[in-house]
Each structure stands twice: as C-alpha cells, then as structure tokens.
Design a protein around this ligand. Structure first.
Ligand code: F6P
Ligand code: MG
Length: 434
C-alpha cells in the first residue's frame, strides 16, 4: 500500500461482509421508531394534548418517508431543520457529491456516512416537532436495558464500593491489577449496545466480574499494560472518556472514571456524550440523569454512595459531561482537525483519551478496508490529539493492529468473529511517528 494512500472506505455496501445484516438492520431500526411513535400516542396526548398528537403524526410521517427512501435506494437529500449542525451536514453532502462525482445514495455510498445520516434524519423528524422537539425516540429501549441489567449493576457497584473504601483508607496495594480489571469491565460493557441487535433487548445479565476472567482469551489485542505504564507516569492527570452506550456500559464507564479518581491516577475526567439520540443506545445527558435517578430510587448503599459522589464531582468540575456536535457528525476522526479544530485542540489537553465502542473505533480508523495487520497508529491517519486508547468489542468488519495470521486463526474458530461482539481489542497509541 502506498504511503499517504489509505485503502478504500470499508464500506461500499456491496463489498461489505456485514452488508446483508446491516441492510436489514437499518430499516428495522427506523420501523421501530415508527412503532414507538405509535405506541406513545396515549401518554403523549395526555401530557401534551392535541399539539402532542399533531407532533407524533408529523414524526411518523418523516420516519415513514425516510424508510421509503431507504428501501427504494433514493439519493440522500439535504437536512431541513433548526439544529445548529444543519449547514455542516449539508455542506458535507455537497462535498461528497463533488468528490465522488455522483449524489450519495442509500446502500451504495459508504456505510459510515449513510448510517450516521440515518440517525440525523430520524432526529430531523424530532426537531420539526413543536412540543416533542426533545423527544428521545430510543428512550424506552435504553431505559429498559438499564433496568434489565440491574443485578449486574448492583454487583459491580458493591464491588467498586469495597475498592474505593480501601483506596480511601490507603489499604490498597494492587492499583495496577485493579486498573486493568476496571478497564476490562468497561471494555466488555460494550457488548451491550442496542443498535447491533436492531433495538432488541441486549442487557448485561451475567456477573461482570466473572465475565472479564472468562473473556480474557477473546481479547485479540491487549495493550492495557502500556496504558498503565503511561498513566502511572503521568498521574494524577486529565483523562477523557468518549462514551458510547447508555445502560450497563455507561455504568462501567462511570465506575472506571471513579476508580481513576479514587486511585489518584486522574485529577479530572472529561466525559464526552452525544447531543441527540444516536445509534439507538448512545449516551445523552438525559440518559445520565435517568441513570442517577435509577440509583436514587434503589435501596442500595452503593448506589446511594456513588450517585452522591458523582453528582458532587460533576458540580465541583473534577468531572465534566460534555456534548459536542462532532460526535454526531458523519466525519471520521482524522477529519476532526479540519472540521472541528476547536475540539481537536481541546482534546490535546488530555493525557489519555479512552474511546469506547465499535462506532468510535470505526471512526478512529476511518472505516476503511485495512489489512488486519496494519499498525493501529497507521490506521489513525494522523489523528492523534493526545495518547489514546480504544476499548471496543468487534461489531463491524474491520480491525487493525493484529498479528500476522491472527485473523485467519480466529476466523476458523468463529466465522462471525468480526461482527458478533464476542471478540475485543484494547489498543493503545502513545504517539504517532510522522
Ligand atoms: O450498526 C452498525 C454499528 O456501527 C456496528 O458497527 C455496531 O453494531 C453498532 O452500530 C454500534 O456499536 P457501538 O455501540 O459499540 O458503537
Ligand atoms: Mg453505541
């Protein structure tokens, strides 16, 4: 492969391994939104009266138009609503059209772009509402997933309470081991996303502590020792976590953030979330609030302790919860410097950025058809605001940083290893040699 000439986007649908699954999954996600709108009729009418009913009709109309455009392979059309990112989306549509010499269309154009566009179009339907403009069409599924994981969450929080109490009283000698364990729990928390299951239930039902031990052999690349070496040298420092899913995964990420603070590895943690509902289960501010509310309603000492602590951390600024338009844009991360230089510069103040999940990973490596042995550093295509680490279970047919022969070996063991979420990578890049 020529230098400065990365491979094609993974993602001309027709070449993609995941194509049949994805082509079915995307319209079914849109259909579920229509179903949610239909089932919400009575409570919305009760709460918002005729204005609510009118909004629901308009939303259902937008979603059905969207589904029709998808199913009939129409071209992607500009977005028309009042969100501040409209210009960005529409300029990009023009740019892609000029670049490719044709208008992007459903299931022909690069998967990453088309998939992001689908979620932005769903949001367009919501933005056009008068009283329901803050409606989260995936809220019901996300909340159910959180409640269905209640047992696993309780086990995890009780465990963290012991860890934190020991750290607070100076009784801990195994910070190194605990760091790796909490990172692994956060990594496997990523198994629980609702977009891989087309919005079907996907909760954590087994004990997360047993799970990390059993799953160790499914981590195809494990750079956690290097992450530890780096972090323990810098500590206490600023750590950023680019969040992925609400529900169990968010709790594992908050537990990791708590551990980093309590162990004095981090002096601050910046949590990055989505500005609007995205890829079904991605975290928004409302999801964080709902999680806290859920903690407060339970009669659990650990939940009580952590909800108080975490609210305090957010109030005193040692934790921040930030949303930026970039995370709900269609851009691969190597384009961040060009389109959102402010965010790139801001992230440069971090000592470690942890990217969670499959979509963040796809965007990190530009969703390209890299040979699996391509060095991870190379596949970042120059994106490196600060030392960074990706914790990702594999749900899309691309991965880099593997050893020679490793992909072939795993494929023999598990035909769907790249897309079933059963395999993972914890990959780290300290610096890029230009
Ligand atoms: O729909 C495809 C996809 O991008 C997959 O790659 C993955 O199943 C999902 O959406 C998002 O996964 P995650 O929540 O881990 O980013
Ligand atoms: Mg997600």
């Amino acid at each position: 492969m020529e230098e400065n000439n990365p491979p094609s986007l993974s993602a001309k649908f027709k070449h993609s391994f995941a194509y049949p699954t994805v082509k079915e999954r995307m319209p079914s996600i849109v259909a579920r939104v229509a179903d949610t709108a239909f089932r919400s009729k009575s409570w919305i009418k009760e709460k918002y009266g005729e204005d609510g009913s009118h909004d629901l009709k308009s939303l259902a109309g937008c979603v059905s138009k969207l589904r029709n455009e998808m199913m009939t392979g129409k071209v992607l059309v500009p977005i028309h609503d009042g969100r501040s990112d409209v210009q960005l989306w529409n300029d990009y549509l023009k740019e892609v059209t000029e670049r490719d010499g044709e208008e992007p269309a459903w299931f022909i154009s690069p998967w990453l772009y088309v998939e992001c566009y689908m979620y932005r179009r769903i949001q367009e339907g919501v933005e056009k509402c008068h009283v329901l403009h803050k409606f989260d069409v995936f809220m019901e599924q996300k909340q159910k997933a959180l409640l269905d994981s209640a047992q696993a969450i309780l086990i995890l929080l009780n465990y963290l309470m012991t860890v934190v109490n020991d750290l607070d009283s100076g009784e801990t000698t195994n910070t190194h081991k605990l760091f790796k364990q909490l990172m692994q729990i956060s990594l496997w928390g990523n198994k629980c996303d609702l977009s891989i299951s087309g919005g079907q239930d996907n909760a954590q039902t087994s004990c997360p502590l047993d799970q990390v031990n059993k799953l160790r052999e499914f981590v195809l690349r494990d750079d956690l020792e290097q992450v530890w070496q780096h972090l323990s040298c810098k500590a206490p420092c600023r750590v950023d976590i680019v969040l992925d899913n609400a529900g169990f995964e968010l709790v594992t990420d908050l537990c990791l953030a708590e551990f980093l603070m309590s162990a004095k590895l981090a002096s601050s943690v910046h949590l990055h979330a989505k500005a609007f509902p995205w890829f079904v289960s991605d975290v928004t501010k409302d999801d964080l609030d709902y999680t806290f509310q859920h903690f407060m309603q339970n009669n659990s000492m650990a939940m009580d302790m952590f909800v108080k602590r975490w609210k305090e951390r957010l109030e005193d600024g040692s934790w921040t919860f930030e949303v930026h338009e970039f995370w709900t844009s269609p851009f691969p991360y190597c384009d961040m410097k060009k389109y959102m230089p402010d965010l790139y510069t801001e992230l440069g103040n971090s000592s470690l950025i942890i990217f969670k999940g499959d979509l963040n990973y796809r965007k990190l490596v530009g969703d390209r058809n890299w040979p699996t042995t391509t060095p991870f550093e190379e596949s970042l295509c120059g994106f490196h605001p600060a030392p960074l680490c990706a914790l990702r279970t594999l749900k899309a047919d691309l991965v880099t940083g593997l050893e020679e022969g490793q992909a072939e070996k795993v494929k023999k063991q598990d035909k769907h290893w790249m897309i079933n979420g059963n395999w993972a990578v914890a990959v780290y890049c300290e610096k890029i040699v230009q």
